[in-house]
Design a protein around this ligand. Structure first.
Ligand code: PCG
Length: 140
C-alpha cells in the first residue's frame, strides 16, 4: 500500500483532559508518523469553515462552538494507508460503537465530544492538510 498523509485533530475535550500524549502514542504504535503538529485555538468561524460540509446538519452550531471551546492539536500523520489506518485507530464516530482499544472507545465522551477527527479520504486529506499547514511546515 502507498505512503499517504492524513489530517488529524485532537479535539477540545481531549486537550482539556491533557490526553495529547496518550493519543499520539496510539498513532505512533500503529505505525503512523507525526510529520507536522501544532496547537491552535480556533475561532467559531474558522471551525465553521473547516466543517462547512456539515453546514446543513442539526448539530453544526454545537460542533463549531465545541471546536472553538478550547485549543486543539492539528497534525499530519503519515504512513502506509494512513487515511484508513487512522480511522481504524480512532474507532467509530460514536464512542458507544467504537471497538476496544480505539482512541474513541478509551477517551471519547460522546458523539460530539469524540476526542479526534481524521480525514475520511485521501482527497479530503489533501484539502484538510492545506487548510491548516503550509508546505514549509511539513517535514518528512
Ligand atoms: P468528525 O470530526 O470526524 O466529523 C464531524 C463531526 O460531527 C464528528 O466527528 C462528530 O464529532 C460530530 N457529530 C456527528 N454527529 C453528531 C451529533 O449527533 N451531535 C453532535 N454534537 N456532533 C455530532
Amino acid at each position: 500500500m502507498a505512503i499517504e498523509r492524513t489530517l488529524s485533530i485532537i479535539k477540545p475535550d481531549a486537550t482539556r483532559r491533557n490526553l495529547t500524549g496518550k493519543i499520539n502514542a496510539k498513532f505512533e504504535e500503529a505505525g503512523l508518523r507525526i510529520v507536522a503538529q501544532k496547537r491552535i485555538h480556533l475561532t467559531e468561524a474558522q471551525a465553521g469553515q473547516f466543517y462547512e460540509v456539515h453546514k446543513e446538519r442539526p448539530f453544526y452550531g454545537e460542533l463549531c462552538q465545541f471546536m472553538a471551546s478550547a485549543p486543539v492539536v492539528v497534525q499530519v500523520l503519515e504512513g502506509e494507508g494512513a487515511v484508513a489506518k487512522n480511522r481504524e485507530v480512532m474507532g467509530a464516530t460514536n464512542p458507544a460503537e467504537a471497538a476496544d482499544g480505539t482512541v474513541r472507545k478509551e477517551f471519547a465522551l460522546s458523539i460530539g465530544e469524540n476526542s479526534v477527527h481524521g480525514s475520511d479520504s485521501a482527497e479530503n486529506a489533501a484539502i484538510e492538510i492545506a487548510f491548516f499547514f503550509s508546505g514549509l511546515e511539513l517535514v518528512g
